[in-house]
Design a protein around this ligand. Sequence first.
Ligand code: CTP
Length: 404
Amino acid sequence: MLRGKNVVLGVTGGIAAYKACEIISGLKKIGANIDVIMTKSAAEFITPYTFQSLTGNPAILNMFESPKYWDMEHISLAQKSDILLIAPATANIMGKVANGIADDMLTTTIMASNKPVVFAPAMNTKMYENPVVQKNMETLIARGYHIIPPKGGMLACGDEGQGKLQDVTIILEELQKIYQKELKTEKKDLEGLKFLVTAGPTREIIDPVRFLSNHSTGKMGYEIAKAIVKRGGRVTLISGPTSLRAPEGVDLVLVETAEEMFEAVKKAYPQCDILIKSAAVSDYRPKIREAQKVKKESQEEEMQLTLVRNPDILLELGKMKKPGNIHVGFAAETENIVEHGQEKIQKKNLDFIVANDVTEEGAGFAHNTNIVHFIDKNGDHSKTEKVEKSAIAHEILDKVLLLK
Ligand code: CTP
């Protein structure tokens, strides 16, 4: 897959820098062409000549030493590369990229690249677990960078825990998977298809200062919308309140309540072929929306709030479904995932449902990752590993394409 492709290997300063040699020989076996960019601190552990001998290409070290050269080089390497792998990646390089600092050859190349960038971190366990490092990695993932997590074990510094550079064979496997996935997004295989995606929670208003809602952050729906645009499809994204920025190229409609979402969906539906309903819609709303803030009664220890049913948007749309249309539902469950999923497929006239067990570690609301069950109307069922929501988004779209 990477045969004949250009890999830029960024090497940063850590005891695992020598493992970059093993990565290079693995990449050479695959048939890739490799350019190494190393940071100044990497050169404390290993020399550029080692990389030069292994790759047959000059290893680039410090952009300030030959200004005329780097000025062109960081752009040309960024353009020439098919994928960038930073291995080992220190906390420092990830912190810089996450925060937009470009002050050497490697960081400028990463910033100038529109190709997939993959970090394989290696560092001391405590450093790896530091919330600042974890936050930076979350930022990188949210911005579309990839991370191959380190493994656990005895570290060079004597500490034991997670932080060891992942096995080279796993790094190479992951790198190829990421490359293949990104290649698919270049294919524009959704051209001509019109999607309607819902995302986020709804808010059901009690009074001007209070509402009922749920833990949905909208991440899954926004990832789906982003993936559709990347693959050349058109998408209207109807979103409840979230803190996310709409992906570029998406027609965004913002709503607050389930009733508003229902109206917006009904309006957009006739122009769409595929409905993906990832929003976590509140099933009930307060019967009365108070115009003024509800004050507590001094004597009352309890208060009653009467709720009424919201429309089931997916069920109502299922009644309007035209031949050729595809409806995909979501389900957040805590038990009997497959049974509940199948019931919902029948009841709501769905082609398939993406169900997750929100009790599972790394699944469901507010995570960047998820573990989902795909259940289709013919009874087929499969379950993903714990993967990034962006990967699930692409898998959903692959399944939709198979039905087209
Ligand atoms: N859904 C909807 N309108 C609602 C409730 C749910 O469109 N009022 C959609 C969701 O967007 C999701 C699917 O229906 O795609 C399943 O939602 P879920 O909350 O899991 O199931 P419910 O049908 O509400 O059933 P229950 O809450 O009893 O599990």
